[in-house]
Design a protein around this ligand. Structure first.
Ligand code: SF4
Ligand code: SF4
Length: 450
């Protein structure tokens, strides 16, 4: 793409970086076919190519108009376009630059600013998020009224929060979890903020699964939110602060001993942590350590796949539709490992048609763009129903929360299934499917009887 920045503009490091990324785009338009918002809306300005053009115009003119804010806000940051682009346009970092520029220089209505501030202040804090969930539980009967009065974000939040009363007790353990044998590896497990509140069973399953494989799990003392939620809102400084806090926390763990990997069970966090090196590249005090942490970051399925899954203790005929979270398939390019592990654990993995298209969760997207998010969710649920699964497995809490409302089958995390198949308890919500999972000895007895 041709750009026309002046020499003076190019002195600005942000413009210089944007210029290099913009120039890679050759206008081919391959990305439009795989962009969820273009697929839904058919508007070039809601396609990657259209957004790239709007970003170029914004940086060239120095003006942050309402159209660029509107169409960038509608981007899910699903990164499907990055997977598709034959010219390797770094759309992920380009749209990050645009979001942060809009946040600093743009003018949003006061109501939007308030909502964004509330989300940034609530979601990354498990304690505040728990209180918010309690309010959501109390407000659930008034969802229709809230929607009618125009409180769309509040109504959307009620849509994606679990129907029951939230767990009110914080259960964050710190330090290493003692092993009864010499560990083969030592890892830091990222507990996450939203996930630990919405479905704590995921981290419990991950810890059991890792220990069963002889892996020592350490929960870093001062670890906090990964910063992804604020990053998606364009709050760059806050995201960097969160990243630095975690780099310090894991550096402390490293000083205490060997750390083979930093594991995430929420792929949204994983994509963010794998990008810490880039996020803090211009910070002399952190750049080196941030890059080191990014290199150690792994999705838990990558790690278990690397060390090899222990043999399952159960056999089953359950059909599992694997929902590939965008942050895992496009953000981290992790595609085969979760499917392979589920198959090795004995499940029949079925593919969801149009699997490359986002479910509409995308961080805070389902709260800020509820209509588009709902349309994407319904489209995804129709595709899931078409393959008639018994349940759905996903590697990201955002997708699980987004899809569970309206889904005809339960949605669980991949590690919960791996834990169950290798000796862990039945994951919450799957009690009705227990009869389809049998201890491996019963299969041997059956074989012996024949
Ligand atoms: S990140 Fe997703 S929604 Fe945004 S332009 Fe790319 S494909 Fe479209
Ligand atoms: S596929 Fe890549 S090069 Fe082609 S229009 Fe999209 S971003 Fe530009």
């Amino acid at each position: 793409m041709h750009t026309s920045f002046s020499a003076e503009q190019l002195q600005d490091p942000t413009i210089a970086r944007a210029d290099a990324m913009l120039r890679r785009c050759v206008h081919c338009g391959f990305c439009t076919a795989t962009c969820p918002t273009y697929v839904l809306l058919g508007d070039e300005r809601d396609s990657p190519r259209g957004r790239i053009y709007l970003i170029k115009e914004m940086f060239e003119t120095g003006k942050v108009g309402a159209p660029v804010t509107h169409h960038i806000d509608r981007c899910l940051s699903c990164l499907s376009c990055v997977t598709t682009c034959p010219s390797s346009v770094d759309y992920m970092h380009l749209v990050d630059l645009a979001r942060s520029h809009i946040e600093v220089r743009g003018r949003r209505p006061a109501s939007q600013r308030l909502v964004r501030r509330l989300l940034a202040g609530t979601l990354p804090s498990p304690a505040r998020f728990r209180v918010a969930l309690l309010f959501a539980w109390l407000a659930r009967p008034f969802r229709g009224i809230l929607s009618g009065l125009g409180f769309k974000t509040a109504a959307a939040a009620l849509d994606v929060t679990p129907p029951g009363l939230p767990h009110l007790k914080l259960r964050r353990r710190k330090g290493s979890i003692r092993m009864d044998r010499a560990p083969i590896k030592r890892v830091a497990l990222v507990l996450g903020c939203v996930q630990e509140v919405l479905r704590p069973s995921i981290n419990r399953a991950a810890i059991r699964l890792l220990r069963r494989h002889g892996v020592e799990v350490m929960l870093a003392k001062d670890e906090g939110c990964c910063g992804a939620l604020e990053h998606h809102l364009g709050r760059e400084e806050a995201a960097q602060k969160a990243a630095k806090r975690n780099v310090d926390a894991w550096s402390g763990a490293l000083r205490e001993g060997k750390l083979d990997a930093i594991l995430t069970t929420a792929s949204g966090c994983g994509t963010m942590i794998k990008d810490y090196g880039h996020l803090l590249a211009r910070d002399r005090g952190y750049a080196g350590r941030a890059t080191e942490m990014s290199q150690r970051a792994r999705d838990i399925t990558e790690f278990i796949h690397e060390i090899g899954l222990v043999p399952p203790l159960a056999w089953t005929s359950l059909r599992v539709a694997y929902h590939s979270a965008c942050s895992l398939q496009h953000g981290q390019q992790v595609e085969t490992e979760p499917r392979a592990l589920l198959s090795q654990a004995g499940f029949t993995v079925v593919e969801v048609p149009e699997g490359h298209i986002c479910c509409g969760s995308a961080g805070t997207y389902n709260l800020l763009q509820p209509e588009l998010a709902r349309a994407l969710r319904d489209r995804k649920l129709d595709h899931i129903a078409s393959v008639k699964p018994d349940l759905v497995a996903a590697g990201n809490i955002g997708c699980i929360a987004q899809l569970q409302r309206g889904a005809a089958v339960p949605i669980v995390h991949t590690v919960e299934l791996l834990d169950w198949a290798t000796g862990g308890p039945c994951p919450p919500g799957l009690e009705n499917l227990k009869s389809k999972v049998h201890p491996i000895e019963s299969l041997m007895e059956l074989a012996g009887a024949r």
